[in-house]
Design a protein around this ligand. Structure first.
Ligand SMILES: Cc1ncc(COP(=O)(O)O)c(C=O)c1O
Length: 407
């Protein structure tokens, strides 16, 4: 099935990808790091499931489609190379990350190491538990390229480190952190290793065995092109027993006697009973769809498009590309001299071109390090084209020429 999607030259069949993506007819969508355009099979899967719920009832639909719904765990396992019982399906990447983080048995004075790429929600959680457990949070310095320095990490590791948190790809730019090399260092210690892969899964091959992480979180709606409101958490069997979820319900645990309960043995201890099953079906379809394209090939195309966009934007007077790191992905951050990024986004939106704005409040450490308060974030996926990049850059150039035009 996957082969049909690859052209004779071994590259992705972009025309087919676009035919299967109805949104391509309406917008130039460079906001895949916000929420990608869903392909038609995903939308259809969600709609079909809602149709069944409408016709026969929600509980009955669940029972009727139980095998298919159960299959989502095996699908995640195939995508990131783990076991199905190491997967929890939750509402989003933040909930996934939090469920893992708040379950760690911290002791007073433990050290936590984090990258400069950390997402605001993760760091707020770190600060909350810092107060509670008197944790010492140390930042892994970035090397001269802006990626987390593995050498510095080696020097920081000792027995007091309980957790190393790494954001694979930040919200703010195209940096890809060296999660595998970091994993090799962390694995020599007693520390837990938690990876935020929210912006990487779907555009970059992610293999938890290669990374060596104990926990990894992601979301459906971004580079996996699934529906909103669903994501997953991976927790290695190796540490599952050591983690007590911060919340438990009758799905995560069983009420075995009047005074006691028993927590589930698998990663579903991080889930709760009620779920959006239509979104789960859509998410499963999206992951299978992504694997049909072959994530390695998606990664090749996204890197090609990302560097083309960087190169063209850099050639426009007044435009500054703000991406960090040695390896860069499909996210391209930039500023336009004399323009507020929100005004750039709005002006592009009026031309039917979608991008996001990232403010320092979302990714404070790396953005302060770069000295920027706000950037425009263009994020490309394999269904975007070189022609779209051309059109986009012409529009940005026109804005750059009338610097200060909109305030
Ligand atoms: C790096 C990173 N981590 C986590 C999140 C949170 O994801 P979600 O909105 O699915 O909770 C985001 C969202 O943009 C992100 O960019």
């Amino acid at each position: 099935m996957g082969r049909n999607k690859i052209s004779a030259s071994g590259t992705i069949d972009v025309d087919r990808a676009r035919r299967e993506t109805p949104g391509c007819q309406h917008v130039l969508h460079f906001n895949n790091a916000g929420a990608a355009l869903m392909p038609e099979p995903v939308t259809r899967a969600v709609q079909d499931y809602f149709d069944v719920e409408t016709k026969i009832g929600g509980y009955e639909a669940h029972r009727m489609r139980a095998d298919e719904l159960e299959g989502i765990y095996a699908t995640v396992a195939r995508l990131i190379h783990c076991q199905p019982d190491e997967v929890a399906i939750v509402e989003n990447a933040t909930r996934a990350w939090d469920m893992a983080f708040y379950a760690i048995p911290f002791r007073r004075g433990d050290r936590v190491l984090a990258t400069m790429a950390e997402y605001a929600s993760n760091f707020i959680a770190l600060l909350q538990l810092q107060r509670k457990y008197d944790l010492r949070i140390d930042l892994i310095p970035s090397d001269e390229s802006g990626q987390a320095s593995v050498k510095a990490l080696e020097d920081m590791m000792d027995n007091s480190v309980r957790l190393v948190c790494v954001t694979h790809v930040p919200t703010s730019c195209g940096l890809v952190n060296p999660v595998e090399e970091i994993g090799r260092v962390v694995r020599q210690s007693r520390a837990f290793y938690l990876v935020d892969a929210c912006q990487s899964v779907g555009q970059i091959p992610v293999d938890v065995r290669e990374i060596g992480c104990h926990m990894l979180s992601t979301t459906s709606r971004k580079f996996l092109r699934g529906p909103r409101g669903v994501g997953f958490l991976y927790v290695s069997r190796e540490i599952l027993d050591q983690l007590e979820p911060p919340f438990l319900d009758l799905h995560a645990a069983t009420w075995v006697s009047k005074d006691s309960y028993k927590i589930r043995p698998d990663a579903r201890r991080f889930e709760n009973w009620e779920a959006n099953y239509a979104a789960r079906i859509g998410f499963k379809t999206a992951m299978e769809y992504a694997m049909d394209w072959e994530i390695g090939r998606i990664w090749e195309r996204v890197q090609h498009l990302g560097s083309l966009l960087r190169q063209k934007l850099s050639a426009i007077p007044g435009v500054q590309v703000r991406d960090l790191g040695r390896t860069r992905c499909g996210i391209v951050a930039f500023t336009v001299a004399g323009w507020n990024p929100v005004d750039v986004r709005n002006a592009l939106y009026r031309k039917n071109m979608n991008v996001s704005v990232v403010n320092v409040e979302s990714s404070r450490l790396d953005m302060e390090w770069q000295g920027v308060k706000s950037v425009v974030r263009a994020s490309l996926h394999y269904y975007n084209t070189e022609a779209e990049i051309e059109t986009f850059c012409e529009a940005v150039e026109q804005l750059a020429q009338k610097a200060g035009g909109i305030r």
